[in-house]
Every structure is written in C-alpha cells, then in structure tokens.
Ligand binder design. Structure first.
Ligand code: DGL
Length: 271
C-alpha cells in the first residue's frame, strides 16, 4: 500500500480527461496534476522543446512526491515516454499503447483512424505501435491542429467548433470503423466528433483506456492507496487559475478544486 499521489501531466486541460476516468475507476487514489497551459499547445512545437517542457513537468511532479507518473498527453508520450522511463525509478505510463491496443481489439474492418496533434502524427507512434501488433490493420492518420485551441479557450460548444470539427475530419468520413482520439484534449469535443464521423464509428479515448493499465501497474508494484476520509487532489497550471478552474470543475463535476498557479520552467529536482 502506498498513499502517495499519482502525478499526471499535460500541456493544458487535456489530461483532465484522464483524471476524470482515474478518479472514477480508482477513487482511493489521490492525484497531483500539472497542466503547462502557458506553453500550450505542444502539438506545433519541436521535439526538443517538447522534451524540455515535459522534463519541467516531470521534475515538478517529482517534487510533489508522486508514486507514479501518467503522461496524460499523447504528444509528450510520443516524444518522451521512453526517455523519461529510463531515468526514473518510479513507474511512468503513457497513453498511446493503451489507445492502440483498445482500437485493435474493437475494429472489425481493420481500418483504424488516428487523430492527434501535428507532433504526434509526425512521430507516427500510433501507426508503429499498431503495426508492431498487427500488420493486417490499415491506419489512417490525420493531424487536427485546431482542436486544442478550441478546447483551451473553452469554445467546445460554439458554432466555430462545429465547423472546424466537421471540416477537419472530412478526409476520414466513411473510411474507418474505429477512430482513436489520439490527443487527450479531444474527448472534450467527443459529441461533435461522433456526429461528424457517424454513430457507427467507435471512438477510442486513449486516456481513459490508460486507466486500466494504471490499475494493473498499481497492483503489480503493490502501491494501491488505502481508502481515506479526505482527499486533497491538487491541480497546477502554468497560466491563470480561472479559466482552468472553469473547465476542470465542469469536466470533473467537482466543486472547489484545489487549483494553484505554478512556475515550472527549468524546474529541477532540488527545488
Ligand atoms: N493533450 C495533448 C495530447 O494529448 C497535447 C495537445 C497540445 O498541446 O497540442 O497530445
């Protein structure tokens, strides 16, 4: 048993989609969340920048004494998972393998679509992960660079969001039976995505799928938390607290979240 918190990281509010599922499936666990909102989106950034920024978040979480790190961000997972894993002596988990495995399980036509940020699509990590497991599957990948800004600016219900989603996804409509939401921000646009793709297309939320693997790791390392009377989940953002709070409290359906601003640039373990 281990009551230390689980650390989650993302470029902004996207990782909340993982946090929501984690709190639902593993209610004994406490979480510390860092969203690098000030430097989001990560998708258009270079590999070097994404690696450096992810290390800032990892070191910040280590300073909070976490027992495990969840990269609740596909872009960070694609660029840094193996590097970070190698350096740390606590378990580190990403969202790509769980999303890819679930899509392989669900597809009936062997035609899977992946939508993600430019950096994730450029890395081709989903395609490679699926191909390693099954060469029979065709993967159609598509970058959706406008989605993250829509979510970060809390415009999910706007007319613009509707138009952007339907125009962006047009190349995939009618071509696949399973679509991986390969960016943790995208489940916040889920209903628009489903409407555009058609109700017969199965949407895979890679972050939510990762929670099953988190649970397996907690068991494997025997670090599940005890049930307690009170939990103090802590959320940190590198930008202003207000808009983060608006999205987080609605999405998690929890009021009065503990949310603080954090400076994480060049954060090192000694701080
Ligand atoms: N939520 C992130 C992901 O899963 C990053 C989005 C971004 O900052 O571009 O890829």
């Amino acid at each position: 048993m281990d009551n230390r918190p689980i650390g989650l990281l993302d470029s902004g509010v996207g990782g909340l989609t993982v946090a929501r599922e984690l709190l639902r499936q593993l209610p004994n666990e406490e979480i510390v969340y860092i969203g690098d909102t000030r430097r989001a989106p990560y998708g258009p950034r270079s590999r070097e920048q994404i690696i450096a920024f992810t290390w800032d978040m990892v070191n910040f979480l280590l300073s909070k004494n976490v027992k495990m790190i969840v990269m609740a961000c596909n872009t960070a997972t694609a660029m840094t998972l193996e590097i970070v894993k190698e350096e740390l002596d606590i378990p580190v988990i990403g969202v790509i393998l769980p999303g890819a495995s679930s899509a392989i399980q669900k597809t009936k036509t062997n035609k899977i679509g992946v939508i993600a940020t430019q950096a994730s699509i450029r890395s081709d990590e989903y395609h490679k992960t699926i191909a390693r497991k099954s060469s029979a599957i065709e993967v159609l990948s598509l970058a959706c660079p406008k989605f993250v800004s829509i979510v970060e600016s809390n415009e999910m219900e706007s007319e613009i969001a509707k138009r952007v989603v339907s125009e962006s996804l047009a190349p995939l409509v009618g071509k696949i039976d399973t679509l991986i939401l390969g960016c943790t921000h995208y489940p916040l646009l889920r209903s628009l995505i489903q409407e555009t793709m058609g109700k017969e297309v199965r949407l895979i939320d890679s972050g939510a799928e990762a929670v099953r693997d988190i649970s397996v790791l907690l068991n494997y390392f025997e670090i599940n938390a005890h049930e307690r009377k009170e939990y103090q989940h802590c959320f940190y953002t590198t930008a202003g607290v207000n808009s983060f709070r608006e999205i987080a409290e609605k999405w998690l359906n929890i009021g009065h979240l503990h949310i603080e601003h954090a400076e994480i640039e060049n954060f090192n373990k000694e701080k």
